[in-house]
Design a protein around this ligand. Structure first.
Ligand code: PAF
Length: 284
């Protein structure tokens, strides 16, 4: 199986993608921070369906971690990532060092409004500025036809979509469905931090999301359902950041199922690990 081409610099990536473009190939980009799992691979597979050539970036972006967060210990699994991406017939991996992306003197940062307000921003105020800045750079560096992001980071997906539209980037931003373990836990590179006990408890999040979504879809009032869901999550042993129902397109507050399409979003910590998840409220 041919190994993917590996570009460590912006120029090397531009040169290779340029060659493919001149041959008339379309390009899909899947931005990642590595520590790949089946969720990422589903993005790569979707990318193959959308374009002739698939590039995956692997870059643990210091700009989206606060000083007290897990940048230093974030899993870096280059060999396993390379093996998986080879199997998935990835054409190119862009894996720059931090100084390639943020050379001395780098000062620019994107500021955001709209879907970036609230939810994650209430608990990680630094986060979306860091994400939008790196994603804008990755998109401008590769200029793909399409870029693919997981719906697991649902607010991130909407922030990136808005940012690409606002900056007139001629790139289609696609979301891909969440991939889950058999017991419902959403795949995440951070799940490896969970102790066996916490791993079992972690299924509470998806259970509460699913139960709440079906009750709301049946027309029950949103706030009492969320209050019950919050109680269940806390009783299971989580420290809850939020459990909210929002308009799925704008992330504005939703008072009733009529404010739909709706999305339920949750973030909670257990044993030092912060998990996020979300589900759509299906119209009945
Ligand atoms: O979702 C992620 O893995 C990251 O936030 C992203 C989009 C690759 C930006 O660093």
């Amino acid at each position: 199986m041919p190994a993917p081409k590996i570009a460590r610099t912006i120029n090397a990536q531009r040169k290779q993608l340029g060659q493919w473009r001149r041959k008339g190939n379309s390009i899909a980009l899947v931005p990642t921070m590595g520590a790949l799992h089946a969720g990422h691979l589903s993005l790569v597979r979707l990318a193959h369906r959308k374009a002739d050539r698939v590039a995956v970036s692997i870059f643990v972006n210091p700009g989206q971690f606060a000083p007290h967060e897990d940048f230093g210990r974030y899993p870096r699994t280059w060999k396993a990532d390379l093996a998986m991406l080879t199997k998935e017939k990835t054409d190119l991996i862009f894996a720059p060092e931090v100084k390639e992306i943020y050379p001395a003197g780098f000062t620019t940062k994107i500021t955001l409004d709209g879907p970036a307000l609230g939810l994650e921003t209430d608990f990680r105020p630094h986060f979306f500025g860091g994400v939008a800045t790196i994603v804008a750079k990755l998109l401008i560096e590769a200029m793909p036809d399409v870029a693919i992001f997981g719906e697991k980071d649902y607010q991130q997906l909407l922030v990136i979509r808005r940012m690409a539209r606002d900056l007139d980037l001629p790139i289609r931003i696609l979301g891909a469905p969440i991939v889950r373990e058999k017991d419902g836990l959403a795949l995440s590179s951070r799940n490896i931090y969970l102790s066996p006990g916490d791993r079992k408890t972690a299924t509470t999040l998806y259970r509460v999301l699913s139960e709440s979504a079906s009750a709301i879809a049946k027309g029950e009032k949103i706030e009492p359902i969320l209050a019950l869901g919050r109680e269940k999550i806390q009783t299971a042993g989580f420290k809850l950041d939020y459990l909210e129902a929002r308009n799925a397109d704008t992330l504005e507050q939703a008072e009733s199922a009529k404010d739909g399409p709706l999305r339920l979003l949750v973030a909670a910590r257990i044993g030092g690990t912060r998990l996020i998840d979300n589900v759509a409220v299906k119209r009945i």
